[in-house]
Design a binder for this molecule. Sequence first.
Ligand code: QV4
Ligand code: CA
Length: 523
Amino acid sequence: MMLMVIHLLQLLLLSPEAESSQFHNPNCADGRHTITHLFEWKWSDIAQECERFLGPYGYCGVQVSPPNENRVVTSPNRPWWERYQPVSYKLVTRSGNDQQFRDMVDRCNRQNIRIYVDVVMNHMTGSGGSGQGTGGSQWDGNSLSFPGVPFSSWDFNDASTCSTSDLNIHNYQNVQEVRNCRLVSLLDLRLSKDYVRTKVTEYLNYLIDIGVAGFRFDAAKHMWPEDLRVITGQLKNLNTKYFPSGSKPFIYQEVIDMGNEPIKMSEYFGTGRVTNFIYGAKLSPVFRNQNQAKWLVNWGEGWGMPSSTDVIVFIDNHDNQRGHGAGGAVLTFRDSRRYKMATAFMLAHPYGFTRVMSSYYWDVNYVNGNDANDWIGPPTNGDMSIKDVIVNSDLSCGNGWICEHRWRQIYNMVAFRNVVFGTSLVNWWDNGNYQIAFSRGNKGFIVFNLESYNLNTRLQTGLPAGQYCDVISGNYDNGACTGSSVIVSSDGTANFYIPASAEDPMIAIHIGAKVGEPKKVTT
Ligand code: QV4
Ligand code: CA
């Protein structure tokens, strides 16, 4: 009885935004709601980015590339994917060493920016070959020897657990095979073993002690939910130097579930959120004019996707922007006008926890429909070390870094999301085709014109009367707009004019960018 009362009390004390299980909360600082994946960036550059940009512009955090020692692949020459072939859990990679990683985590946390680590624990290197990893540890992919951990052949799945003749995964309809055999020949760890679980847990707890806020679990589909349940059950609470006591790490698990395989996203909700690949795959065609925008009226759960608090959402990721993984042809920075619109829609819409991709440039070379350059790693110096990220006075990046997270139309929508967070989607409007608009409570409003003709319409914004800056065509700066502005009248309506030929055929306004009022980007 007493226990029941306590349980009821706990339920009552939970805030309305309480997450559905203990690893679902992103642990963002107050008023921040979006992370960015700074793919292949160096730790020293991320530390600076937290201080000079991510903190001031209202981001919540950064997904970093795997920080643990990896195989050095020289043929092809240092592909990005070598970092998905672990050699040990020492923090030494081309992004930096242990001390640089710690410095980044500390400096970012001081700016209220969280660090989320990409954790590769399903496997070690590919089979065959041997050498020294990025931290100098030996490895042997023939004898399955990884003394830097240490792991030996006893710690991997083999013919006793995987039934394919070459031990590789061939059939994604066979659950046993997907989880116990090798993903593209990567040596598959036997996570059912206590010893293996312990080594992985030690690595995760080491990162927690440093001050990270959570983890992306790479290749989660290839790991048994039960193994993940045991491992996550052994995790420490977050470091109280930066987080409230009792905080659990945020966990989002990479499960590509497009609905056509037996392994489902829902099997993983007990250990955190999942990566919702349906999101970018279904939103991209809309913003390519291949599926009418009016259907977005019930975007989210209404499109057969999991509940909002069980997912992390994104337009593209480091795999599908170059044709790896699965999940359909998604928009990327290469189709920048449509990409900005799809990203703005994602950030304006209440569904999911949002992640913005931040890429580097490479030349594509299509051979029979596949990009022969899909392996190309980050911009490098002559010695193959990763190039610094250069930032220009117009906020763009140099040295080959695309920095989508620094595009005005994107960072202003990150701020929009912070301002409207917690409100519901109301005042939906569409023209029956490719023009749509909606409000977020009485705090923000956005309009898209994907038609080949101009939009010129009076719409209900739900906002208080006043003059607002369009945060797409410009910034809100010292109480004035550098772009166009919108006048909302006392009945909440405003006239919107968006030529089909506009540089960005969309307009977004919110109460944090109202002319003549103090700036309010984050709380
Ligand atoms: C090749 C052949 C194999 C052959 C083997 C041995 O493809 O058939 O058996 O050689 O000769 C690289 C190479 C790949 C190579 C493999 C092993 O690209 O050709 O196998 O190494 O040497 C990334 C890349 C992979 C890369 C891997 C490891 O995408 O190309 O493989 O890193 O370096 C599924 C999964 C999903 C996965 C997605 C890509 O369900 O989990 O495929 N996504 C995650 C990451 C992704 C990463 C991995 C998983 C693996 O997001 O970036 O793969 O950690 O959908
Ligand atoms: Ca596995």
